[in-house]
Write a protein that binds this ligand. Sequence first.
Ligand SMILES: [Zn+2]
Length: 292
Amino acid sequence: MNPIPEPSAIVMIGPSGSGKSTLARTWPADYRLELDSYRWTVSGDAGDQEATADAVFLLTSVLERRLARGLTCVIDATHTGIEVRKRTIETAHAHGLPAAAVVMTTSLPQCLDRNSRRPANRRVPDEEVRRQHQQISIARPGLHADGFDHVVTDTRLMRMRLLLQRAVDRVHADHQVDGDHTEYARRVLARRFFGEDLAETFHWTHLRPHRDPIGALAVGGDEITLAYRTWFPDPMDWGFEAQVPCLGGCSGPAWMPVRSPMDLLAVYDDDFPEDIVRCDRCAAGATTREAV
Ligand SMILES: [Zn+2]
């Protein structure tokens, strides 16, 4: 159930620490206009109150341009003041779109508690949280009269279900990419071993039946070739090996286990233990010589 029609201007109304941003993040990223992040954009500090006017200027410009395109916006700011709310309502209506208020019902103690656990530059004085909470309690009965076409509370939205459904849809979509059920697991593994940023640069280059899949991390002209080894009996031991030059006296390729970004950095810097990096042929030769 989604009581808010789209496209529309969705106005989050709640004090600092009420969970607005967490809720707002259940909408697609491009919908979200977050005052704090525009503060960060103009000043490098999301908590810089001196940057508020510039941040509002940016937010308003983006809001205007998106609504003109008929695109939904979720505006993440406290919206305690009637003028701010009215301005957004008028902008939405000017573009023929409805305006919806999403009222956070988080209790004052919860808001204060969440606010106190924020990093210092994002923390609002307790007095300010109290003031915001009171202003919103007073404004709440009059939101329809303000001009909102829809007024809903956060508890009615069931956004968690939507988020879960989206995750499920993504799993199905990933499975359909090549009909290979392990593809999704492999992508997850890239994230597990190397972190979000590196995983974004990863793609499979060779997926052949009964062979270890080969992929690469590629950024600009830099590339590290990786094989995903599944020959260990325990799947928890499965993982990536990076291709490195053989240090056994030939110029062929060898493989070295990489289980972390630290391992990858060592590969990139050619800073790996010489005694373990051998191609199969050189390794076999060394073993034979030792055996003799
Ligand atoms: Zn070799």
